[in-house]
Design a protein around this ligand. Structure first.
Ligand code: CA
Length: 228
């Protein structure tokens, strides 16, 4: 059973969707505002968010971007706008799928199931720990160790390190990191990446001047590789 968060300000639509999705075996919590939705995602992370783009308190794209900044939870957007530019914008802002209003209950349930299935498949790929030199990253347990010593990393630090470790030896741009790790395609400032990298370096016991695993490629990005 999936835990869904429905963000919809129209009480009639909200009620109908809650009933229909509950009937189909999902647990549904709901809120009429974007700000409360963000709080709920932090407090009790759902498996999937259904987000109405026309909310009273925050522009829908802004809500989506803020959601992406704090969570990787799959998001299905419900929008009244159906031209291609709007849909591309929704997907670029980090939505996993979208529905154009008005839509039938069967349709939204099918989208929800498809998105949940994809999310589960993504998780499944992370079953083997990633090893680079003395680094060991367990993507399932979200645990990192260096030379057998457990590293105390924040969620974001782990995600960043994991992303780089999976691509060990490859140069990754800051833009790519902002898009893939922070889910901010238009992104925030490159400073965000720099700050997290410097925290990570400290925890790995290295520095920009004397790198071991984390290498800055000037003007391009970052690379993680095992010390030689
Ligand atoms: Ca609305």
């Amino acid at each position: 059973m999936a835990q869904l968060l429905l963000v919809e300000d129209d009480a009639a639509i909200r009620g109908a969707l809650i009933r229909a999705l509950t009937d189909r075996g999902h647990a549904v919590s709901s809120t009429p505002t974007a700000m409360e939705a963000l709080q709920l995602v932090l407090d009790s992370p759902p498996d999937l968010v259904i987000l109405d783009l026309g909310l009273p308190d925050l522009d829908g794209y802004e809500a989506l971007r803020m959601l992406r900044a704090i969570s990787k939870v799959p998001v299905v957007v419900a929008t009244a706008r159906d031209d291609e530019a709007d849909i591309v914008r929704v997907l670029d802002a980090g939505a996993d799928d979208y529905l154009v209003k008005p839509f039938g209950v069967g349709q939204i349930e099918a989208r929800v199931r498809a998105v949940l299935r994809r999310a589960a498949a993504d998780e499944g790929r992370r079953t083997e720990p990633v090893l680079v030199g003395g680094l060991r990253l367990d993507g399932e347990a979200h645990e990192a160790a260096l030379d057998g010593r457990r590293l105390d990393l924040s969620r974001r630090e782990f995600d960043l390190l994991y992303y780089l470790a999976v691509r060990a030896g490859q140069v990754v741009t800051k833009r790519e990191l902002l898009t893939q790790v922070w889910r901010m395609p238009y992104g925030g400032a490159d400073k965000t990446v720099d700050v997290h990298v410097s925290w990570l370096r400290r925890k790995l016991g290295e520095s920009a001047q004397q790198p071991r695993y984390l290498h800055t490629i000037r003007g391009v990005g970052m690379k993680l590789s095992a010390p030689s």
